[in-house]
Design a protein around this ligand. Structure first.
Ligand SMILES: NC(=O)c1ccc[n+]([C@@H]2O[C@H](COP(=O)([O-])OP(=O)(O)OC[C@H]3O[C@@H](n4cnc5c(N)ncnc54)[C@H](O)[C@@H]3O)[C@@H](O)[C@H]2O)c1
Length: 330
């Protein structure tokens, strides 16, 4: 079995490669081919959960599972919120063929899925981004958005100014073409932004949807339980009325996404208002209607994306000679 550390996973694939494979996978999901049961969530304590996420993609013969823990109290203990491992199996024989660090893979594929949504929904000239949540996901979200749109400025808002400042320092080096600026308030971050990213652990909406300028695209990926929220009902209904409310998977979002479930339960939107982003990418559903449309992408994550990116990482790691071998059956 091939074993890959975080650094080896990072060296194996680029964000652009991940965006392309996630686009194909989101199309496969929307066409009903991916075999992905809704993940099993085990609440461990308070807000801390471990998720067991298996998936099979017949199109690329990708078979695997991710085990991921989301422990929001970890940063206070000096540890990352998310830890994960991905195990890939040979789809012909069922034999385990690789195990890899899954925290970076998670951030990579979550960023890449937002990259797909941004590619199909943001205005082509979108140049100003606003990032809510300067954590692990906030990094790959901005990287992905910058890979598909000419982003020249990114405003950053986090409830922890020290975390925000560390993010600005690091991302300024990683994305030299993007001017990163701190935002003092959510309103200042949103005002005039073309693409908004929410990647927080918040349980309440992080900005007021009335402040969105016409033409804005929102990627909301932080909230993944019915009680978590990042975007308010105004944002969702404005997108429904002027543009589109896209999701990664209907099944996952209708099970888990507080951002969508709250306005749905309040009768403000209907299930028919939601469309899978893969249907838009495949040209089977309309995307942005006009320059003034507000568009929303809500992602809760799916094992299909982990398996697709995991499969690509294994292939690239073999080509590049990365990783170490472990004999399970010695
Ligand atoms: N949709 C998906 O596929 C997917 C994938 C991975 C992670 N996530 C979720 O994304 C969220 C972020 O994950 P992470 O790994 O980046 O965590 P993280 O702890 O590294 O970062 C979260 C950041 O959000 C900040 N924050 C919290 N409340 C805020 C608010 N109201 N306004 C602004 N900033 C706020 C925190 O201070 C922290 O810096 C988690 O809830 C995680 O479960 C979703």
């Amino acid at each position: 079995m091939l074993v890959l550390s975080r650094r080896q996973v990072q060296a194996a694939v680029t964000m652009s490669e991940a965006i392309d494979v996630c686009e194909k996978t989101l199309i496969e999901i929307a066409s009903g081919q991916a075999r992905v049961p809704v993940r099993t969530q085990i609440p461990v304590k308070e807000q801390s959960v471990s998720l067991f996420m298996p998936g099979y993609l017949p199109g690329i013969r990708g078979l695997g599972i991710k085990v991921v823990s989301v422990f929001p109290e970890n940063p206070a203990r000096g540890r990352a919120t998310i830890h994960a491992v991905v195990i890939m199996l040979d789809a012909e024989t069922g034999v385990p063929e690789a195990a890899m660090e899954g925290g970076y893979l998670t951030a990579l594929r979550t960023g890449a899925a937002s990259g797909v949504a941004t590619r199909h929904l943001a205005r082509p000239d979108a140049s100003v981004a606003a990032v809510f949540g300067a954590g692990v996901q906030g990094r790959t979200q901005l990287e992905a958005v910058s890979a598909v749109r000419p982003i020249g400025e990114a405003r950053v808002f986090d409830v922890r100014p020290d975390v925000r400042d560390a993010y600005i320092k690091e991302m300024s080096q990683q994305l030299p073409g993007v001017r990163l600026v701190p935002a003092a308030t959510p309103e200042a971050a949103v005002r005039g932004a073309d693409v908004i990213i929410t990647a927080t652990t918040s349980t309440r909406p992080v900005f007021d949807g009335n402040g969105l300028a016409p033409g804005t695209h929102v990627n909301a990926i932080g909230a993944f339980t019915p009680t978590m929220r990042e975007i308010d009902a105004t944002t969702v209904t404005r997108a429904r009325d002027t543009g589109v409310v896209a999701v990664d998977t209907l099944a996952g979002v209708l099970e888990e996404a507080g951002d969508i479930l709250a306005p749905l339960e309040a009768g403000l939107i209907r299930r028919e208002d939601l469309v899978e982003v893969g249907a838009i990418a495949a040209g089977r559903a309309p995307g942005r209607r006009s320059d003034g449309a507000i568009t929303v992408y809500k992602g809760v994550g799916t094992a299909a994306l982990d398996v697709a990116v995991g499969q690509l990482i294994v292939a690239r790691a073999r080509e590049k000679g990365l990783g170490s071998r472990l004999e399970l059956l010695d």
